[in-house]
Design a protein around this ligand. Structure first.
Ligand code: UP6
Length: 361
């Protein structure tokens, strides 16, 4: 597999999201994932908007964001989703789930972030055993079923019936809304704003936020030219190897991760690993690799890069893609802390892409 091109692999990938991602990589000439480890929603959205053209995956740690807004339609994840659609990248919440099946299911679908609603990809730490993967797979199937029954209706928000307002003001004589579920849209979007209401069995809403500060809201439903919207499938990566010094992931452990992935080819897209883990003829997993930095521009591209003093170890894109057979490099501080992150992201994209081209040549 390591010698095959991304576009060829796209044709036979068993997971719809993997096929989509591989096509996106070929289209954008990018095998770069940005690890957007920032502290606020605005920083996250601005970074995504600025770096979006250079990447195919944006990795989040939602719990690093101080003001994460979990509203399923106007919150941080939904807004990030628009930017992703516009620039053509997938969202990967690096949640590293690690608990019993029932708990991880709830953490994936409920709680303060409802990760499954906005993140195409997430990952699992396999320490608790294979049941966690089964449980996440089951949650994803249920979520997709529910998605299929969503109906989107576009409306212009009117004024709701007085009795449906949370107000005791009797002098309030506003005109009734045709449907009660316009109330949420009214409260959040405001009268006269465009909104679409998504109804399932129970009703939830999709609409433009009332106080959109900047242009990423204006992207609306635009999709990046050249490719359709991402499929509504969800994908999982198994944390099979780590970049950190002295981690406890043995060869046997990594192998057990591969076996679990093979049991769920329709849900597991691949691995977080330091190398490709495709060994059997029908393994078509994607490996994404963190612990990646380039030396400063003044130095040789393959010069050694020091760790961060907190256990992180770095390898260059040349080594990870070219020698280790990884498919996507994950870069955080190497890009974010650069003087010009947009330019630096392009430097990483080019180096990682060149390494891939050499590999398949
Ligand atoms: N990450 C690793 N190593 C792993 C797994 N995940 O570094 O084995 C994640 C970290 C961080 C990012 O949680 O978000 O990848 C790496 O960031 P950096 O490029 O700034 O070191």
């Amino acid at each position: 597999v390591a010698q095959a091109s991304y576009s060829d692999r796209a044709k036979s990938a068993p997971h719809p999201l993997s096929a989509y991602l591989l096509r996106l990589m070929a289209l954008k000439k990018s095998n770069l994932c940005l690890s957007a480890d920032v502290s606020t929603t605005n920083q996250l959205l601005q970074l995504a908007d600025a770096i979006g053209p250079s990447i195919v995956v944006l990795k989040t740690h939602y719990d690093l964001i101080a003001n994460w807004d979990y509203n399923p339609t106007t919150g941080t994840g939904a807004r990030l989703g628009r930017i992703a659609r516009r620039h053509g990248f997938l969202i990967f919440e690096d949640r590293k789930f690690g608990d019993i099946g029932n708990t991880v299911q709830l953490q994936y679908t409920e709680g303060t972030a409802k990760i499954i609603d906005w993140s195409h990809i997430t990952n699992v730490n396999m320490i608790p055993g294979k049941a966690a993967v089964d449980a996440l797979a089951e949650a994803a199937v249920r979520w997709r079923e529910r998605k299929r029954y969503e109906v989107k209706t576009d409306i212009t928000v009117g004024t709701p019936r007085p009795e449906s307002l949370d107000s005791d003001d009797e002098s309030d004589t506003r005109t009734p809304m045709p449907e009660d579920h316009g109330l949420e849209a009214y409260k959040t979007a405001g009268v006269g704003r465009k909104a679409s209401i998504v109804s399932i069995t129970t009703v939830s809403q999709h609409f433009e936020p009332a106080n959109s500060p900047r242009s990423y809201e204006d992207f609306g439903d635009e999709v990046m030219p050249g490719i359709e919207e991402a499929p509504t499938d969800r994908g999982l990566l198994i944390l099979a190897q780590m970049s950190s010094k002295g981690n406890f992931m043995t060869k046997e452990y990594t192998q057990a991760c591969v076996e679990s992935a093979r049991e769920h080819r329709d849900f597991v897209m691949g691995f977080i690993s330091q190398e490709t883990l495709n060994t059997a003829p029908d393994d078509q997993f994607i490996s994404m690799t963190p612990g990646c930095q380039l030396p400063p521009e003044s130095e040789d591209d393959d010069a050694e890069v020091q760790g961060d003093g907190k256990g992180q170890q770095y390898n260059t894109p040349g080594k990870l893609i070219g020698l280790m057979g990884s498919d996507i490099v994950i870069v955080g501080r190497g890009i974010i802390k650069a003087g010009d992150p947009v330019k630096e992201a392009e430097r990483y994209r080019k180096r990682a892409w060149e390494a891939y081209e050499e590999r398949i040549a």
